[in-house]
Design a protein around this ligand. Sequence first.
Ligand code: ADP
Length: 203
Amino acid sequence: MTRMLIMGPPGSGKGTQAARIADKMGIVAISTGDIFRYNVKELTDLGKEAKKYIDNGDFVPDDVTNRMVEDRIKQPDAANGFLLDGYPRTAGQVEALNEMLKASGHSLSVVLQLEVPDEELVQRLLARADSEGRADDTSEVIQHRLDLYHEQTAAVIESYVDQGIVARVDGTGQIDDITERLLQAVYNVRARTGTLPVINADS
Ligand code: ADP
């Protein structure tokens, strides 16, 4: 029943790591960026609305994003826990998520923050632009996404520090090593805050 967040700047590898961590922990990884891109591709109403923001590297408005996450975390596969990747990114989203959790009687147990220096992020994203061709991986849009991260999302992480659940993890090096560091960080936070699953000695 673990509910967690993974945050990190664009290009920090949070999508890759979120999938690995969630898999290891037996919970579902939910990426708002992936859900938006799927809807853009399928030309849904949500996708049509979100596209202009995504292409410019702007945040999709909070009311749209919050509603989408609220629907998603109510799905049966999220009942055993989830790892949110890329949400919340604004103060309004933090508030909305708090309300959603309160309504369901749950709380967050860990907030992971992947740290990578800006110079490396820009290099990684430009390399990805060549291989994957994401519309928002152009120099200007990349810079804008980094600016937004530093302006707003870094403060979001701060809002969880008081709860003692934030772990900052070095996001540079080998992908496997980073996964190990993240799993260790999850364990450390849960041991410290007393949210490790209880193992029944009788079973
Ligand atoms: P990145 O973190 O590299 O920017 P994501 O795939 O997480 O990539 O997000 C891609 C885009 O989707 C964002 O630039 C934004 O337009 C939109 N998006 C994703 N998550 C959110 C969110 N929580 N709030 C608003 N917009 C979002």
